[in-house]
Design a protein around this ligand. Sequence first.
Ligand SMILES: [Zn+2]
Ligand SMILES: [Zn+2]
Length: 256
Amino acid sequence: MVDILQEIAIAIFCKNSIRKEKTASNANSDNPRQEIEEAIAAGDLSKLLRMNGMLHGHFCPFSAMGVKAAVRAVRELGVRSTGMEEVVAIVETNNCFSDGVQFVTGCSFGNNALIYRDYGKTAFTLAKRIGEAVRISVRADRLMEERAPEAAQLFERVVVERSGTETDKERLSELWKALSFKILDIPDEEVFDIKRMTVEVSAYARIFANVKCSVCGENIMEPRARMKDGKPVCIPCSGQEYYQLSGDAISIIGRS
Ligand SMILES: [Zn+2]
Ligand SMILES: [Zn+2]
């Protein structure tokens, strides 16, 4: 009896050690996107949506569609991203959809693999450097109204009119979350239009030298420097106009 108990104890101990080792090797992997890539390969969209919540901040139908579309595109093209522009995403909206795309494809604002076209369409294209691409656009634009009418009403009050109570907000986030995970199970063809195509992919982002602003002393990418009294200055110190991307639009600020 003691022997059997001892054997069981050893077996449990070994199993736990293996599990710990596995977790440690994932954490020490040279590929920081390993967990994401494994979830894409396994088709574990729920896990990806939960992880995307860390970036996006909440669960909502459009971020769920972004995750779903991105998984489809990555699998269609058989690509992976190390954030070195080997694959490029062209997003056509700055709504929640694009965060799902950035998270799953690994093409982000900061790694220069994200191209933003200010079309206001819930759609994106994933492209290999050679131009082979897939464009996915959301066709099911009344998904929330059809599948979660209460959420659609609350959305109007809380998000559009910004007049909801705390209870309204909590209820909306509950309904949004439920709908978001439900969306993952709808067949892709019911939600999206999916088109294979060839696109022209822009050149790799150039790497620029830095120059120092002669007024505030901060470093600036050389092509963004302006000249004032024969010396380089940054845009804010020059008082000249600049482009700004905000939640509203891309606009030129400071044009008189
Ligand atoms: Zn959202
Ligand atoms: Zn300056």
